[in-house]
Design a binder for this molecule. Structure first.
Ligand code: FAD
Ligand code: AMP
Length: 480
C-alpha cells in the first residue's frame, strides 16, 4: 500500500464515508480510516448512525409500532386480532440484518469508487501526517496526505450518578439490545434519543418513566408544538417527569434503584433497566497528537469555520465533531461540502435550513425558526396553524393528532420556519425545507395545487392560515 494519498478521512460514519466517496468522485486518491468492530466482530463502516444510531433505532421504532398497532390500534379499523405475539428475537435480528446490509453496502460503494478502506485507527499529526494503527495488530504506519478530513463523530455522555454497565444501566447502544422487554424501564433525559428509545419499549409493553432535569419539555421546539407533543406522548403512556434531576443510582442483581430530586424533594424509583440518554459529546480521544495543531472550542468541539476548515490549513473537520446539530444529514452535507472545498468549487451548507426530526408517533419535525425565536429577534411575523383533525386523509388513517405550523415574515411573507407534530412529519417537513431553500413566501405555497386527499393538504392549509385564508378550519383574526 502506498503511504501517500490526496485525502485521508478519519472516521467512516455518514460524514466520513460520504466525504470519501465525494472526494473519489472528484478524482482524488482517497483513503478512509475506520476502527469500528461491529457486533459480529467484523470491521464495519457506517459509524454511529448505521451501526448503533439512526438506522437500528428506526428499525425498532417501525417494528414496535407495527406490534402496538396490531395490538391496539387496528380494532378501530374493524380489524380484530386476538393475542398478537411478540417475537423479540426476530425483531432484533431483523434490525441487525438491516444494519448489516447497509454497512456492507458502503463497503461496496468504497470498492466501486476506489476509496481505500484502512481498517484501524488514525491519529492526526503535524504536517498533515496521519499515524495509522491497523486493527489486525500489524505495525503502525505513517501516512501523508494533501488534505485530511476529521470525521470521528461522537459518543454518549456519561454521568457519574448512573454509570453505564450495559446490563442494568445502558446507553443508547445497550437500549437497542434488551434480550427481553423490561417490565419497568427508566430513561434519564427527555431528549430526542431518550424519547425514541423510551417509545420503542413502551410500545412493546414496558412501563416507562422518563426523568428530565430541565423543566421545559423539548426546549428547542416551537412552544406550541412542544406542548402538543408532550400531550401526545403522555397519552401513549410515557410517564415524563420534568424538573427531575437524577442524583444517584444503585444496582442489585436484577434491579436498579434511582434517586432523583424535583421541586418537591427527593424521590426513589426502582427499574428493571435504566437508559442513560443525556446527550453526546465529540469523540476526540486518540484522534489528535499533541503537535496536531488543531484547536478545540470551549465545548470541546473541533473549531472550524463555516466551510469546516480547522486552524491547520488542509485539515478539515465535519459532523458530530464540530458545532451545529448532531444529525447524520448535517454530517453528510458537510462531507460533500469539504470534498468540494478541497477542489476549490463554490459550495456552502445552508445551516439555516437543516430539518430536525423526532421519530416518535406521531413524529415531530421542524426547520428554520420557532415562533419564540422570531419574536425574540424583534422581526414582525405572522403564523398559520392547522390541525390534522381537519384533514380527510388523516381521518382515514386514524392519525388526527397534531398540527402543521408556519412562521412567516409579516412584511416580506418569506417563510421563516415550519413546525409539525403529526403523521409523516419526517416526510412533510421537507416541503418546508424546499420552500425555504428557494426563498418561498407563504403565498407561493398558497398558490400551489396539493393532491387530495393527502396529509400534505395540511401543509397547504397552514400556509393559507398565515393570511386567514384556510378553508377547512374556522380562523379568528388576531388582534393587531
Ligand atoms: P459517527 O457516525 O459517530 O462516525 C464516526 C466514526 O468514526 C465511528 O464509526 C468511529 O468508530 C470512527 N472513529 C472515531 N475515531 C476514530 C479514529 N481515531 N480512527 C478511526 N476511526 C475513528 N441522526 C439523524 O440525523 N437522524 C436520526 O434518526 C438519528 N438517530 C440517532 C439515534 C441514536 C440512538 C443515536 C445514538 C444517534 C442518532 N442520530 C441521528 C445521530 C447520528 O447518528 C449522528 O449525528 C451521526 O452518526 C454523525 O455522523 P459522523 O460521521 O459525524 O460520526
Ligand atoms: P439531548 O442532549 O437532547 O440528548 O438530551 C439529553 C437530556 O438529558 C437533556 O435534556 C438534559 O437536561 C438531560 N439530563 C442530563 N443530566 C440529567 C440528570 N442527571 N437527570 C435528568 N436529566 C438529565
Amino acid at each position: 500500500m502506498s503511504d501517500k494519498f490526496d485525502v485521508i478521512v478519519i472516521g467512516g460514519g455518514p460524514g466520513g464515508y460520504v466525504a470519501a466517496i465525494r472526494c473519489a468522485q472528484l478524482g482524488l486518491n482517497t483513503a478512509c480510516i475506520e476502527k469500528r468492530i461491529n457486533k459480529q466482530d467484523e470491521p464495519a463502516l457506517g459509524g454511529t448512525c448505521l451501526n448503533v444510531g439512526c438506522i437500528p433505532s428506526k428499525a425498532l421504532l417501525d417494528s414496535s409500532w407495527k406490534y402496538h398497532e396490531t395490538e391496539s390500534a387496528l380494532a378501530e379499523h374493524g380489524v380484530k386480532i386476538k393475542g398478537a405475539d411478540l417475537d423479540l428475537d426476530t425483531m432484533l435480528q431483523r434490525k441487525d440484518t438491516i444494519v448489516k446490509n447497509l454497512t456492507g453496502g458502503i463497503a461496496q460503494l468504497f470498492k466501486a469508487n476506489k476509496v481505500t478502506w484502512l481498517q484501524g485507527s488514525g491519529q492526526l499529526k503535524a504536517g498533515k501526517q496521519v499515524e495509522f494503527q491497523p486493527l489486525d495488530g500489524g505495525d503502525a504506519q505513517t501516512l501523508q496526505a494533501e488534505s485530511v478530513i476529521l470525521a470521528a463523530g461522537s459518543v454518549p455522555v456519561d454521568i457519574p450518578v448512573a454509570p453505564v454497565d450495559q446490563n442494568l444501566i445502558v446507553d443508547s447502544t445497550g437500549a437497542l439490545e434488551f434480550p427481553k422487554v423490561p417490565k419497568r424501564l427508566g430513561v434519564i433525559g427527555a431528549g430526542v434519543i431518550g424519547l425514541e428509545l423510551g417509545s420503542v419499549w413502551n410500545r412493546l409493553g414496558s412501563e416507562v418513566v422518563v426523568l428530565e432535569a430541565v423543566d421545559t419539555f423539548l426546549p428547542m421546539l416551537d412552544k406550541q408544538i412542544a406542548k402538543e407533543t408532550q400531550k401526545q406522548m403522555q397519552k401513549q403512556g410515557l410517564d415524563i417527569r420534568l424538573g427531575a434531576r437524577v442524583t444517584g443510582s444503585e444496582t442489585t442483581k436484577t434491579k436498579v434503584k434511582v434517586t432523583y430530586s424535583d421541586g418537591e424533594g427527593e424521590h426513589t424509583e426502582s427499574f428493571d433497566k435504566l437508559i442513560v440518554a443525556v446527550g453526546r459529546r465529540p469523540y476526540t480521544e486518540g484522534l489528535l497528537s499533541a503537535d496536531a495543531g488543531v484547536s478545540l472550542d470551549e465545548r470541546n468541539f473541533i473549531y472550524v469555520d463555516s466551510q469546516c476548515r480547522t486552524d491547520v490549513p488542509g485539515v478539515y473537520a465535519i459532523g458530530d465533531l464540530v458545532r451545529g446539530p448532531a444529525l447524520a444529514h448535517k454530517a453528510i452535507e458537510e462531507g460533500v461540502m469539504v470534498a468540494e472545498v478541497i477542489m476549490e468549487e463554490a459550495t456552502q451548507v445552508n445551516y439555516d435550513v437543516i430539518p430536525g426530526v423526532i421519530y416518535t408517533h406521531p413524529e415531530v419535525a421542524w426547520v428554520g425558526k420557532s415562533e419564540e425565536e422570531v419574536k425574540e429577534s424583534g422581526e414582525a411575523y405572522k403564523t398559520g396553524v392547522v390541525p390534522f383533525a381537519a384533514n380527510g386523509r388523516a381521518m382515514a388513517a386514524g392519525e388526527t393528532g397534531g398540527m402543521v405550523k408556519f412562521v412567516a415574515d409579516e412584511k416580506t411573507d418569506r417563510i421563516l420556519g415550519m413546525h409539525i407534530v403529526g403523521p409523516q412529519a419526517s416526510e412533510l417537513i421537507q416541503q418546508g425545507a424546499i420552500a425555504m431553500e428557494f426563498g418561498a413566501t407563504a403565498e407561493d405555497l398558497q398558490l400551489m395545487v396539493f393532491g387530495h386527499p393527502s396529509l400534505s393538504e395540511t401543509v397547504h392549509e397552514a400556509a393559507l392560515a398565515v393570511d386567514y385564508k384556510a378553508i377547512h378550519v374556522a380562523q379568528r383574526r388576531r388582534k393587531k
